[in-house]
Design a protein around this ligand. Structure first.
Ligand SMILES: [Zn+2]
Length: 205
């Protein structure tokens, strides 16, 4: 049942953000995502887009669900605790999910035009979700019994490799790496202050 848990000790391995990108031994140059595209629950498929239309990487936090499977359930309106909330979408909305142990799950074909960022960003963006519940502008307290925490060292350790892989695979410029908060004003707390520090450090602005 661990893949359905809603919260947990999010902050145990947190390290100061300025050290994370350069910490020796913590930054693999390459990662191989675990392909779960055919394994996650889904009730349908997202519309498709040409690969060439993808020009940006957009980062998110999950605000609660800690596994790709849990997020997939939530996005389809199937809450593992039985409460009636969720999104009613055909499948998970993120292309990649990075769980707290740093494992990277490949959840959707890159061509899937899912609902991760709203508006046109859903079309030109590929969505990466960092599992956790992280503080950000307007979002500084826990809610609904969830524990507010930090990205783990294991997550931060693969940040560079995740972005390098996506940029190489999809031909995305380094300067076109964003947080959900960069896509209009609707989600200022996504992916949270600490993840945005990594985004800014990586893209160089
Ligand atoms: Zn988001």
């Amino acid at each position: 049942m661990s893949e359905h848990r809603m919260d947990g000790p999010l902050s145990g391995n947190f390290r100061p953000m300025e050290n994370l990108l350069e910490a020796p031994g913590l930054n693999p140059t390459r990662i191989t995502p675990i392909d779960v595209r055919d394994n996650l629950p889904h009730t349908g498929v997202w519309p498709s887009r040409p690969l060439a239309d993808i020009t940006a990487i957009i980062h998110h936090q999950s605000m609660g669900m800690l596994t790709a499977r849990g997020i997939a359930h939530y996005h389809q309106n199937v809450d593992p605790r039985g409460t009636p909330y969720g999104r009613g979408w055909p499948a998970i909305a993120y292309h990649l999910v990075v769980e707290q142990d740093g494992r990277v799950y490949w959840c959707l074909p890159w061509e899937a035009r899912s609902y991760h960022s709203g508006g046109e960003a859903n079309h030109y963006g590929v969505g990466v979700c960092w599992a956790g519940n992280f503080p950000g502008p307007g979002y500084q307290v826990a809610y609904s019994g969830l524990t507010l925490g930090h990205p783990t060292a294991q997550q931060a350790a693969v940040f560079r490799a995740v972005n390098d892989l996506l940029r190489e695979t999809l031909n995305v410029q380094r300067t076109e790496v964003y947080g959900h908060c960069d896509q209009g004003k609707k989600k200022p707390a996504c992916p949270g202050d600490e993840m945005m520090a990594l985004v800014s450090s990586y893209r160089g602005w």
